[in-house]
Design a binder for this molecule. Sequence first.
Ligand code: DON
Length: 304
Amino acid sequence: MQKLLNDLIEKHREITKQGKVASYIPELEKANSEDLGIYVLDNDGNEYFAGDYNVKFTVQSISKVVALMLAILDNGEEYVFSKVGMDPSGDPFNSFRKLETSSRRKPYNPMINAGAIVVSSMIKGEDAKHKFNRLLEFFKKITEDTSLELNPKVYLSESETGNKNRAMGYYLKAEGIISGNVEDALEVYFKQCSIDVTAKTIAKLGLFLANEGRLSNGEQVVSERVTRIVKTLMVTCGMYDNSGEFAVRVGLPSKSGVGGGIVSVVPHKMGIGIYSPSLDQKGNPIAGISLLEELCSELKCRIF
Ligand code: DON
């Protein structure tokens, strides 16, 4: 396995040249576009890693998976999905054109930004700071990584440039889909995206989902049912308007982030964390996807 990962990193690093690091948030542009790293954790306690597995990057949209679990724990499944749907939108992650045109009057799913901002608005707490701290503590617990913290520079950069997200938040508030303070919801959303992680943190999140919400000591933190919902939404919506092609090529529940991360879940077996900041046109890590495709083919671990 270790040799396989070393070989795959070497081979797929070339593909990083076909994409670009995210530039719409100025702080993200500082990433090294040729970086590529992987961390794999399995249920027998084995850990394998290769390439730039140790580089810190912000979790970005992978946080939508964490926030969704906490929002369901806080409010129950029925309430959460009365405000956000469970279907792919077929649109880019930051699009909100269907919010006004679709008869459903709620964001299509919790993985696109509109849905994720609604989810963040549902996290319980006295104010934005308290809500974000609860999310950070929950993230630390399920990844068994107490070192997680906010990257203040990325947060500022996100908040200063997040006009489209802000517009979406205010629209959702006007439509009554967000109740409560919209600035608080946006602050939680921008902050959750700006948590620093490594490929290992992301692999831990993957292993938690692979084990249906149980920690390594057996403690059940999130129910099997909730982790099943989350993994299903990762398959159908986790890579946005590329989720179908990704399911064919890779075939694992996964979620990407514009910081370059991908979390992938091999049910009952493994958590995989990727760091690959060079992105394709849909905002997904270009070399990370090709690496995962070959890895899943070698390990025969696709779910389909
Ligand atoms: O909302 C945004 O623009 C970002 N902070 C997160 C987006 C993201 O990671 C999209 N994923 N590929």
